[in-house]
Design a protein. Structure first.
Length: 558
């Protein structure tokens, strides 16, 4: 709407406030769920081929039936490692907790340690656990007989959000210090040339002081999954053990060994599918992601806040400008820019910009703008554009409400019907612009005497005005009429007023038309008496002339 935009300074202030609100939202967790939903929708359609570089060797139901009840003796794992070494694998990560000595025979631990030493490319996990209920955290390492011969150790800390979904990963973690690489990273670090010189991820603040009993995590990334469960080649443990595979099935592969048998290990929820993913496939995804340099790094707080604030500031500056089309385009452009920026950063830079703080703030800002304009348009629908008084429609609605209130409370209600004397003659002589100025001046004078909460000044039509006074008896209404006439005379206005007053204490039979007819009759008498004055009628009283139709025309002394 023309002229409805805010001044540029106010636009600047409001747009800046909106930007600060958006920054506060993106620093908080308020929009995290919405951001995660957007991230998941995109990630499901953004898989990638694994090219057979990473293979899972699975402890499945068939292997359990053939080899026996879990846990297996450690010499079984020793045999597996020898088979993998013979097949020429590049490295093997055993996603198995081997903290306790072998239950069947401690010698089996020695056999496994020797197989690890021969292989020289085996990685085992480090986990965290409470030593006892409510006790401090401890790191759970492989038992000493094995740990001394393993090539590397890596943590298997799976980061789950409030919904139990694994989107995030910390490439380093540890008790008191983030010193253990993630299991997949530890595996790839067996060949340093396969990993970047600088490990990706959002870093911990340099000045952060941690407790030696706190699990500390660093190098925060988001996992880019290759696809839903079943995206990686899966070879049963038994087939490797019994050498049922062709030679090229494992040669030059990175191998992750873990459990998929029913009931042995819980699945992990991922954004890729409603079907839980096994822990071994989760680790295979981590290895493939790091191997192909596809880790997604969340933006640090400063660039995240800066992009969010800038998008919101620019959008809101245009939203608050004049017109209807421009704000809508600004909203669509701002929301589109936030979404496109997030997608492009993911696609081209493997960086995660969370867009929902900007999207929600821009959307809410537009809704507030629309609310402001709806209120403005509603006010305009009840305002006379020339005099800025209430128009006839608003007067009719308010009159009915005030009459009903007076009926219930049995309080007096007064209506002043005001007419500009000889206005047509003045308008014809001085011109329409002078006539408009005269009406505006009369309106300002009338408004000054109807400022109470229950009062209403309105332009009824042409040169006719009404002033509704709630809880005002005849004496008070008469005084208001005298004051209006005196004020107008003091302004040396080249016109006078005639005022008809009706005051009543309405009962249930009193209608607004009856009160208006009495005021109209009083106005007619005021004109008969020579104009430039008022006449008071107290209801009920028979009208002195035939009533008029308030919606139609009538004859009147001019």
């Amino acid at each position: 709407m023309k002229g409805s935009g805010l001044p540029w300074l106010w636009r600047l202030i409001v747009a800046t406030m909106a930007a600060f609100i958006a920054v506060a939202l993106c620093m908080d967790v308020t929009t995290r769920r919405a951001d995660d939903l957007f991230y998941d929708l995109h990630l499901k359609r953004w898989g990638y081929p694994v090219d057979g570089e990473v293979v899972m060797v699975t402890i499945d139901d068939t292997s359990l039936r053939e080899i026996g009840q879990w846990p297996w003796p450690r010499n079984v794992h020793a045999t597996l490692l020898d088979r993998l070494a013979e097949a020429g694998v590049r490295g093997a990560a055993l996603d198995l907790i081997l903290a306790e000595p072998d239950r069947s025979d401690p010698v089996h631990d020695t056999l496994l340690a020797e197989a690890m030493h021969r292989n020289e490319r085996v990685v085992l996990p480090v986990t965290q656990a409470m030593q006892h209920q409510s006790g401090p955290l401890v790191e759970v390492l492989p038992n000493p007989a094995i740990a001394g011969r393993v090539a590397a150790l890596g943590h298997t800390d799976v980061e789950l959000d409030e919904s139990g979904t694994a989107r995030d990963l910390y490439l380093y973690a540890g008790l008191g210090e983030a010193r253990w690489p993630a299991l997949g990273l530890a595996l790839l670090q067996l060949e340093p040339e396969t990993t970047p010189a600088e490990v990706p991820g959002q870093r911990l603040p340099d000045n952060l002081h941690t407790s030696p009993y706190q699990w500390v995590r660093d190098h925060h990334v988001r996992i880019r999954y290759a696809g839903p469960p079943g995206s990686f080649a899966e070879i049963p443990f038994l087939d490797v053990l019994e050498q049922r595979l062709p030679a090229e099935a494992l040669r030059g592969k990175w191998v992750v060994v873990g459990v998929t048998a029913t009931g042995l290990a819980p699945g992990i929820r991922t954004p890729m599918s409603g079907i839980p993913m096994s822990g071994v496939e989760y680790q295979a995804n981590v290895v493939a992601m790091l191997l192909q340099h596809r880790a997604i790094v969340p933006l640090a707080e400063l660039p995240q806040a800066g992009i969010t604030g800038l998008l919101v500031f620019l959008s809101m500056a245009f939203v608050l400008s004049a017109g209807v089309l421009r704000p809508l385009l600004a909203v669509l452009g701002g929301i589109g820019a936030a979404v496109i920026a997030s997608v492009m950063m993911l696609r081209l830079g493997h960086a995660w910009f969370a867009p929902m703080a900007a999207v929600m703030t821009i959307g809410l800002g537009y809704m507030a703008w629309m609310g402001r304009h709806l209120m403005h348009w509603r006010r305009q629908a009840h305002i006379d554009t020339l005099t800025r008084l209430a128009n006839r429609r608003r007067f009719d609605e308010t009159f009915e409400r005030r009459l009903a209130i007076a009926q219930r409370s049995q309080s007096p209600l007064s209506l002043l019907l005001i007419d500009v004397d000889h206005f047509k003659q003045f308008n014809d002589t001085e011109g329409h612009l002078a006539g408009d100025r005269l009406l505006a001046q009369v309106a300002r004078t009338i408004r000054q005497h109807g400022r109470r909460a229950g009062d209403l000044a309105a332009r009824y039509g042409g040169d006719e005005f009404v002033l509704l006074l709630s809880a005002t008896p005849a004496r008070g209404a008469e005084q208001v009429a005298k004051d209006i006439l005196a004020d107008l005379r003091a302004q040396a206005v080249p016109a006078s007023l005639s005022i008809g007053i009706c005051t009543c204490v309405p009962d249930l039979q009193t209608l607004s038309g009856m009160v208006f007819e009495q005021a109209d009759a009083a106005l007619y008498r005021a004109k008969q008496n020579g104009r430039n004055g008022y006449v008071l009628e107290e209801y009920p009283r028979e009208p002195t002339r035939p009533p008029r139709n308030p919606g139609g025309g009538r004859d009147r002394l001019r």
